[in-house]
Design a protein around this ligand. Structure first.
Ligand code: SAM
Length: 274
């Protein structure tokens, strides 16, 4: 592969007259040392298939290809097509798909084989994409994702911590989640208003059934909708004290300190009563 003969990312952006577009959440990583570090943290290589959302100018794409992995990159902004085609011309392992990743059918893209997801996610669709990959019909082998730091906290924090909430419960009921790298705003071009962090997620071998996940979404929506209220009040419409007793929890406790297992027990108790 002759990736090293490509122009630098800055040169490529300039040659194609491309500027970042705010509407697409575009903040680029132009330092290959940073993108190579993300590729290392993703722990992918020869024989792996990576689905990358939002390649933009292709810095992370180049780093992923350098590992020997095959990459399918899904980009919504077609302005990047000629620039990315130049990368694909020298890297036969790269397949380009232009469209909205929220609507992508990953099972078809992965051709029924396991695939990893690696992305410097666009801020506006990062959380819905994560929920899709964790609770939808297709499950990735691993996910290595750059988020705003505050979102990374909402994914990885535990009970009693400030950012613990619905997202943490859904993520941690389906995955092992770890914050593996911090990236200051100045690492991006143009720099966003906030710092970012990379989260590595490994889906559990035994993911809760779709029915349990749907129940968990329902319970956590009610419980964290009123996070400072006691469960007996926030879960009143879903079964109140009886439901909480069936789950073996204290009705006076608040959602923000209930562990993930507690929410799964509530989901099971709610399903058993229907
Ligand atoms: N991966 C590049 C990098 O690290 O320099 C760009 C990252 S930038 C934060 C997010 C990228 O996602 C942009 O290229 C943007 O056009 C693309 N994007 C935004 N929304 C998208 C969507 N719904 N589906 C696919 N790509 C999207």
């Amino acid at each position: 592969m002759i990736l090293e003969n490509l122009p630098t990312l800055r040169e490529a952006l300039e040659a194609h007259g491309l500027m970042a577009k705010k509407a697409f959440g575009q903040h680029f990583l132009l330092d290959l040392n940073i993108t190579r570090k993300i590729a290392r943290l993703a722990n992918v290589g020869e024989g792996d298939h990576v689905i990358e959302v939002g390649p933009g100018p292709g810095g992370l794409t180049r780093a992923l290809l350098e590992t020997g992995a095959r990459v399918t990159a899904i980009e919504k902004d077609e302005r990047f097509a000629p620039l990315l085609q130049e990368v694909a011309d020298v890297a036969p392992g790269l397949t380009l798909v232009f469209g909205d990743a929220l609507k992508a059918d990953e099972a078809t893209i992965a051709e029924g084989q396991p695939a990893h997801v690696v992305s410097n996610l666009p801020y506006n669709v990062g959380t819905p994409l994560l929920i899709k990959w964790l609770t939808g019909p297709w499950t990735p082998k691993s996910l290595t994702l750059m988020f705003q730091r505050e979102v990374a906290d909402r994914i990885t924090e535990g009970p009693g911590e400030e950012a613990y909430g619905r997202l943490a419960v859904i993520v941690q009921a389906t995955c092992q989640a770890q914050r593996v790298m911090d990236a200051p705003a100045r690492a991006f071009t143009p720099p966003p208003k906030v710092d970012s962090a990379v989260v590595h997620l490994k889906p559990l071998a035994e993911r809760p059934s779709q029915q349990r996940l749907d129940a968990l979404q329902r319970i956590t929506a009610a419980a964290f909708g009123q996070r400072r209220k006691m469960l007996r009040s926030s879960l009143k419409v879903l079964g109140g004290e009886d439901l909480i007793a069936a789950a073996g929890l204290d009705p006076q406790v608040r959602a923000e300190v209930v562990p993930v297992d507690g929410f799964l027990a509530l989901a099971d108790a709610w399903l058993a009563r229907r």
